[in-house]
Design a protein around this ligand. Structure first.
Ligand code: BG6
Length: 292
């Protein structure tokens, strides 16, 4: 079967219309998953015999001009409102744009590989960002979920922030902890100011922190009896987020009672760790998610 892009889809990857949007469904001996063209958004990943690893909100929008809530939104070319606090749309335009499938393969062992690309001419409003860039997401889906986000500058310099804003499914946030950030400095977006992490991150209230750390983290989901491992490459920040009661209630695309079932542990380059590229240069930030 071939798609609009004339990419031949191998056995194990099919194109579907899901919630009104074009997506690619992966189903192999190693597990299943779903990747939308809208935002190059990985919305599902479930290794064979395991519970789903990614969380999606039942209240998510599925519309051309809105981001999806859950899964792995790509934040680019700025994080949140950007370094000056003025940028719109929040978390950049990449999660609102329709990306193009450029590669789809399944190995003999059942590992799927999809690559999607976004260039400036596919974006309705670049909000002042140079149009001469290529962004590419490589997704490897098998017993491990590997993501590589590569940006290549064209004829102009680029200066950008980026995040693989991963929403993890946990059985109970109050019995979940994130290990691997002990000793790291962080910006506390709830309480304000900077602090230093002591021990594991526990969740007892709204939590929204930008850690200065390139370390591997482990999400210990005690209520489910599962630990997820989040490895990173070329990422100097990890953002940890749970909106808790009040912020969840304020977000129209987030169910009021959904917050106990998720936590975000995001692979990020933001603030002073923004990426600066000379014309023609590339940068790849990656993450590999596995079940311990
Ligand atoms: C996190 C930010 O990465 O994303 C939070 O640190 C923000 O401040 C959250 O609330 C969700 O953002 P959005 O734009 O998807 O609602």
């Amino acid at each position: 079967m071939s798609t609009e892009n004339s990419i031949e889809l191998p056995e194990g990857i099919t194109t579907v219309t899901q919630n009104g949007l074009t997506a690619y469904r992966v189903q192999t001996s190693l597990g299943s998953g779903l990747v939308y063209e809208h935002g190059a958004h990985v919305a599902e990943w479930q290794p064979a015999g395991q519970d789903p690893v990614l969380w999606m909100s039942d209240s998510s929008d599925y519309a051309d001009d809105k981001p999806l809530r859950g899964g792995i939104p790509i934040c680019f070319p700025w994080f949140g409102p950007g370094r000056d606090g003025q940028h719109e749309p929040g978390h950049g335009f990449a999660r609102l744009a329709d990306w193009k499938l450029v590669q789809a393969e399944v190995s003999e062992s059942g590992q799927a590989h999809l690559a999607l690309e976004l260039t400036g001419d596919q974006v309705a409003d670049l909000a002042g960002f140079p149009s001469d860039f290529t962004a590419r997401l490589d997704v490897a889906m098998g017993t491990i979920l590997g993501l590589e986000f590569t940006v290549t500058a064209g004829g102009q310099q680029l200066d950008y922030e980026a995040a693989l804003h991963t929403y993890f499914d946990v059985a109970d946030i109050e019995q979940t902890m994130v290990e691997g950030l002990d000793g790291a400095r962080y910006l506390d977006k709830v309480g304000g100011g900077e602090a230093q992490q002591e021990g594991a991150v526990n969740f007892t209230m709204e939590t929204d922190r930008v850690y200065f750390s390139d370390s591997t983290t482990r999400i210990v989901d005690a209520a489910r009896g599962r630990t997820l491992v989040v490895e990173k490459s070329n990422s100097a920040n990890t953002v940890v987020w749970n909106p808790w009661v009040d912020k969840a209630a304020r977000m129209p695309d987030f169910g009021d009672r959904e917050w106990p079932a998720m936590c975000c542990v995001e692979t990020v380059n933001a603030l002073d760790n923004a990426v600066f590229l000379q014309p023609g240069e590339s940068h790849t930030m990656g993450t590999a998610i596995s079940i311990a």
